[in-house]
Unconditional design. Structure first.
Length: 296
């Protein structure tokens, strides 16, 4: 299993000048992928509550995911560059296609496009996209991307977007730019099995994770498709603990969990330390501990 890290972009890390140095150091530490998230709007009094409680204050200050991944592409040579997640219905799909193709060219074919729907109705209102249309818009976005990244001339005619015949260049550097989708609902797992190259997973107990992976595999087989990859997000809330007895601290516990999910066949896992640390040195020190503790 490959181990990745999120790109610094939220809270005290919302400074573009930090991205090149920190992502280059992450790659030097051995992290094999770098991931960026998206917050379009952080409402003071949200219409829909944040999953699991109160939205972290760090999300009230953030950089655009395409900006930080472009900076990371320049600063690194080998790490895959993923979005976890871009909330696809909030964007015109032709803009997504252009940005992702350009990023893939810049990085020489290292992009994973990870899409979700967002939990925030405030974000949909902010960009004038109807909340009730979010699933249908995601489906059509996937159709538009497939059309635009195919051979010219390209065109699309759908419920939400019409693209007249024309040229779309440059195409992504990868012959097939992989698309991962998030979600745990039956509708989301059905869509993943039918249409995605991978699932943007979340850190669940191993048995619960095994069940979700089996359901995705069932959906893929029913659609006549092969296995679906997984990239597992782990929002770590741990601090370095040098006083802990060897093998008992939270970093070791996280490493144990990583080994467990690797045994389930998870291809990629990545750790987000932005809710735990507040300085670049602190984040990179903790990242180094985790990288050293997990050796597949």
């Amino acid at each position: 299993m490959r181990l990745g890290l999120t790109v610094p972009q939220f809270g005290p890390f919302a400074d573009p000048a930090l991205v090149p140095t920190m992502t280059a150091e992450a790659e030097a530490l051995g992290f094999e992928s770098l991931w960026a998230g998206e917050r379009v709007h952080a409402a003071t009094d949200p219409i829909t509550p944040y999953p699991g409680g109160t939205m972290p204050e760090q999300f009230r200050r953030g950089l655009d995911p395409m900006l930080v991944l472009a900076l990371a592409a320049h600063a690194t040579a080998h790490a895959r560059l993923g979005t976890s997640t871009l909330n696809a219905p909030l964007h015109p799909p032709i803009h997504l296609a252009r940005s992702l193709a350009g990023l893939d060219q810049l990085s020489r074919g290292r992009v994973i496009a990870g899409f979700g729907l967002s939990w925030s109705r405030d974000e949909y209102d902010a960009v004038a996209v109807p909340w009730r249309e979010r699933g249908a818009r995601l489906d059509e976005t996937l159709d538009v991307l497939a059309a635009l990244w195919a051979d010219d001339p390209v065109q699309h005619s759908g419920e939400f977007w019409t693209i007249s015949p024309g040229d779309f260049q440059p195409k992504p550097a990868q012959q097939h730019l992989p698309i991962y989708l998030g979600g745990l609902s039956p509708a989301a797992l059905h869509r993943i099995g039918r249409r995605a190259d991978g699932w943007l997973g979340v850190a669940l107990p191993p048995e619960a994770l095994r069940d979700v992976l089996a359901r995705i595999d069932d959906q893929a087989r029913a659609a006549g498709r092969g296995p679906i990859a997984t990239a597992l997000r782990i929002n770590a809330k741990i601090q370095p603990t040098p006083t802990e007895a060897p093998g008992t601290g939270p970093v070791e516990q996280l490493a144990d969990y990583l080994h467990e999910v690797a045994e389930l066949g998870v291809a990629d896992a990545f750790v987000d330390l932005q809710l735990t640390t507040s300085t670049p040195a602190e984040l990179l020190d903790l990242a180094a501990e985790i990288r050293s503790a997990f050796r597949p």
